[in-house]
Design a protein around this ligand. Sequence first.
Ligand code: SAH
Ligand code: SF4
Ligand code: F3S
Length: 478
Amino acid sequence: MLDLIHSTKTHDEDRQGEALALPSTVEGSNGRKLYIESYGCQMNFSDSEIVASILLDKGFETTKDYKEADVIFINTCSIRENAEQRVRNRLKEFESAKAKNPGMIVGVLGCMAERLKSKFLEEEKLVDVVVGPDAYRDLPNLIEKVDDGSKAVNVLLSREETYADINPVRLNTNGISAFISIMRGCDNMCSFCVVPFTRGRERSRDTHSIVREARELYNAGYKEVTLLGQNVDSYKYTPEVPEGEESLPTVNFAQLLSLVAEVSPDLRVRFSTSHPKDITNEVLYTMARYENICNYIHLPVQSGNSRVLELMNRTYDREWYKERVDAIRRIIPECGISTDVITGFCTETEEEHQETLSMMEYVKYDFAYMFAYSERPGTLAAKRYEDDIPEEIKKRRLTEVVNLQREHSLYRLQHFVGKVHKVLIEGFSKRSDKDYCGRNDQNTMVVFPVDERYKVGDYVYVLGQSCTSATLIGKIVD
Ligand code: SAH
Ligand code: SF4
Ligand code: F3S
């Protein structure tokens, strides 16, 4: 795994599968146990909470041990070839469990299900059910079909489905931070990307249901919400007009942000991902206006070269991107900025790769997710361009990008030393229960000794005393 540098990941597609389970038994059980493992971006993890909600309603319980499950779901990612390979390897591991318990149902959900459709059933014999991201309401019905002895597939994409009315079951939560899906799909058609094919058309979720979810989370003790979408800045929702009533204005992302920020000044608001072509000054001014909207923007650049950006169909160029960064620095001087980079995209020359490095020098990102280009079947790039950069060159360029990013992360963290940061205590540090951990406004992980006066979920002020390239180390100050 090459994205080494950060600790809290909002869209880490290479994230290892994680089992999600509720801590205790639920009333009204049908006696069957569900095991869900999720891969890919945070949206997949968020979808797994919707899937759990749909099945818990039908009396399922969740388990963290796939060996004791009656239904195993694997929520999959297609973004790069290795993401798919990981899922296939994992499916192999389920084989022996299924051999011991022939009644066990194995289902593939998410982006790989959507990409491969019923082909999955031919390729992986142990799979009983294949369900795309817009078809989760159909799961109880599909499980019934499998119970009756057939295989089941539903990979229909929808133009409307946002699961707005489904209350996600918060799985494996720290009770402090939660994700709220605000839109689904993507209309951007970046030439390297499989998401528009696996997730369908872009649609925004009802504003009221988003604000309601944020309020409910806050009332349940949560202190931080992250609004999720592939391209949050193009959020746009026009409320339906009841008979005889006047129409209400369309809500854009900046307005949604302020509505969520208004839920409480004690509720931190984050969001991901911003597309450089869409992030507006209105969004930046809204961030500057509310103390509780965190000063952190994930702004994937992909490449620093305008010709490559054009081939990628990103619809902005180097100058546009730099101007957006300048605007962020001007309007929110303390803002953390992170990015995604792809190395070795079709026809990328050495000089063009250097422009990615010089863009990194220009911005000095706090953090980056970095990838070697992986051709995905069916995408525009796969159809139009030859994947002509040899693997070892892609990897060498990637190493250069990773090394430079490590320097920049260290540079950013060193600037946090000697300053006081408002930190939301998220839990105990991974290394020791004598330390708390939490993030500052800029999304950097901060570790500091436990102070009995404060508990998980409290805000504290922490003086940065030292750092690595990934973590700020400090102590609470009053
Ligand atoms: N919606 C987000 C990105 C979602 S995918 C955006 O537009 O920025 C997350 C990241 O995976 C992308 O930003 C890109 O850097 C990377 N990625 C997507 N397709 C890829 C491919 N075919 N090969 C390598 N990296 C890819
Ligand atoms: Fe993929 Fe581009 Fe959409 Fe992001 S904006 S999900 S990279 S098509
Ligand atoms: Fe992967 Fe699908 Fe997310 S392809 S990155 S899980 S939208």
